[in-house]
Design a protein around this ligand. Structure first.
Ligand SMILES: *[C@@H]1O[C@H](CO)[C@@H](O)[C@H](O)[C@H]1NC(C)=O
Ligand SMILES: *[C@@H]1O[C@H](CO)[C@@H](O)[C@H](O)[C@H]1NC(C)=O
Ligand SMILES: *[C@@H]1O[C@H](CO)[C@@H](O)[C@H](O)[C@H]1NC(C)=O
Ligand SMILES: *[C@@H]1O[C@H](CO)[C@@H](O)[C@H](O)[C@H]1NC(C)=O
Length: 506
């Protein structure tokens, strides 16, 4: 094929206006193999060519290996660099895409008349608005269609896309074409509400119950001026300021707290409040009490779930970002006796397992090896998971039977591992608070330090299995909790005073 492709040698002299960059329409490189659209989404039809779409272009970053090495050093308590986290400016100058990459992508977009773009400080993401017609010319192969599920409506491409040969090496991917939002929290909460409906008194998890279980006293609240915490919301879910205020007036009486978010970054929609968004904000502000809280919103989010490969063939589907080796992943537990503050057992909906994408980070290899040896006889069949991958979760907290205020109404029986994450997040904010007061840096990325504790300061969870792909071979059982680390509850749940004492050292 004859291609009039971009000559890299010309670029040094290229002017900002892109005149001498020519992108032939013929040089295209398929970069994505399409996944099937899940059955629960209904195809409505082709989108109107004039309809506006937003696509995200991920530009190739520089020095990714160096960034990873730096993260390892600043997060390892035995390294001289521990706690010396980089500023945004430092991260930015490390990973920012090369001038060439930025120029090629910008010129390519401009050659299609696309100029309505936003970027970020690190310049590695460009979010651009264009019509469906322009998007289909820019990304040959793509065909934009509308899909709906319940009240959700999304536009996605039903076919794989390609990008110009000359641009290909400068892009990691284009976002907004294929991934569909997974089933949300509502499904889980409904499932759980059906399981224990004994009439009469029930306890339910409230901030007071959490603070009692994890040994937070009324004076364990934030006091440092320069501390803050944030939650990120995905899937076009929004928290409601009115619900938060109502929640705090009902459940926040026993401890000093804030009833307002200090800053929202991104667009906070005005639609109905989402269950997950409400949970996050209400609970991070209940354990991380009296700490300035921000919310980041971003529409796209998704324990090991099941991936159906075809009839009779299942494998565990690890989730992202939970399976990333660079985040602390929190599994779910329930009280042994749901009517009392007792010890915790695995919540069967708890996610966990091994990543098929990310390899196992060094900080967890000995913990995972020990688990695999201890429970060898009772593991699910090997074909279901890959033990060279990143294993998760790292720790756990209660995830079952929460009270949430949503659309001004207190709702009981809300469950899902997304409840445990803000609870642990808020406690780590309290620990950071005490560190800041001592003039120490914030904890940063916790995992390398957490694994060195070997379960110290945590309540080990040793009972129960998580529910996984229901088929005859595994009989509905996934991984099971065991003494010490396990891929269901990690190292266990926090005992706040002890965790504070150990993480307050340097
Ligand atoms: C913390 O809680 C546990 C169980 O709820 C309890 O046994 C323990 O004595 C409490 N206090 C400390 C300081 O660990
Ligand atoms: C709440 O935090 C502020 C600083 O943001 C601090 O001045 C105040 O003392 C804290 N309240 C309590 C009860 O510790
Ligand atoms: C297992 O995971 C590793 C990455 O952690 C990957 O390189 C390898 O291909 C995977 N093996 C299988 C059979 O999927
Ligand atoms: C935060 O404030 C405390 C107490 O005022 C101070 O000791 C510490 O150095 C501050 N930390 C940062 C990162 O500004």
């Amino acid at each position: 094929m004859f291609c009039l492709c971009l000559k890299i040698a010309h670029l040094a002299h290229a002017r900002r206006n892109c005149n001498n960059l020519i992108f032939s329409p013929k040089c295209n490189n398929i970069i994505v193999v399409l996944r099937q659209i899940p059955e629960d989404w209904k195809h409505v039809g082709r989108v109107d060519p004039t309809e506006k779409l937003e696509l995200t272009f991920a530009l190739k970053q520089q020095n990714v290996d160096l960034l990873e090495e730096t993260l390892r050093r600043v997060s390892d308590p035995d390294s001289a660099q521990y706690g010396k986290q980089l500023t945004l400016e430092e991260v930015s100058s490390l990973v920012r895409p090369s001038e060439l990459t930025q120029k090629v992508v910008r010129c390519w977009l401009q050659s299609h008349g696309i100029t309505d773009c936003l970027t970020v400080h690190t310049r590695d993401f460009l979010q651009c608005t264009m019509t469906a017609e322009v998007a289909e010319t820019l990304l040959p192969g793509s065909k934009f269609q509308r899909y709906t599920r319940d009240s959700q409506s999304v536009v996605r491409s039903s076919a794989p896309y390609s990008v110009h040969d000359d641009v290909h090496q400068h892009l990691d991917f284009v976002g907004g074409l294929h991934r569909l939002p997974p089933k949300g929290q509502q499904e889980l909460s409904k499932a759980s509400s059906n399981r224990r409906q004994k009439p009469g008194v029930h306890l339910g998890v409230t901030p007071a119950i959490l603070r009692a279980r994890y040994n937070l006293s009324t004076t364990d609240v934030g006091t440092a001026q320069n501390n803050s915490q944030a939650v990120a919301q995905f899937l076009e879910q929004y928290y409601s300021p009115a619900d938060l205020a109502e929640f705090m007036s009902m459940f926040g009486r026993s401890f000093q707290h804030h009833s307002q978010v200090d800053r929202v970054v991104g667009t906070q929609g005005t639609g109905k409040a989402g269950m997950e968004a409400s949970l996050d904000v209400e609970y991070i502000m209940s354990t991380g009490a009296n700490i300035s809280t921000w919310v980041f919103t971003n529409p796209g989010d998704s324990g090991a779930g099941c991936k159906h490969l075809g009839k009779g063939q299942n494998s565990f589907r690890p989730s992202f970002p939970a399976s990333s080796p660079f985040v602390t992943t929190v599994g779910g537990t329930s009280f042994k006796n749901p009517y009392k503050v007792t010890y915790e057992v695995t919540d069967y909906i708890s996610g966990g397992g091994f990543s098929n994408v990310f390899k196992m980070p060094d900080y967890q290899t000995s913990a995972v090896d020990a688990y695999l040896k201890t429970v060898a006889a009772t593991l699910p069949p090997q074909s279901y998971y890959n033990t060279s991958g990143r294993a998760y979760p790292d720790m756990a907290a209660l995830s079952d039977n929460y009270w949430v205020v949503i659309n001004r109404v207190p709702v009981p029986w809300v469950s899902g591992t997304s409840a445990s994450t803000p609870v642990v997040g808020g406690m780590l904010s309290l620990i950071n608070d005490q560190r800041l007061l001592k003039g120490l840096p914030a904890l940063g990325f916790l995992n390398p330090r957490l694994y060195k504790l070997k379960g110290q300061a945590l309540f080990d969870v040793t009972e129960g299995c998580h529910l996984s792909c229901l088929d005859e071979k595994v009989q509905g059982k996934g991984f099971c909790a065991a003494p010490s680390w396990d891929p269901v509850t990690g190292w266990g749940t926090p005992n706040y005073p002890e965790l504070l004492a150990t993480l307050l050292a340097e």
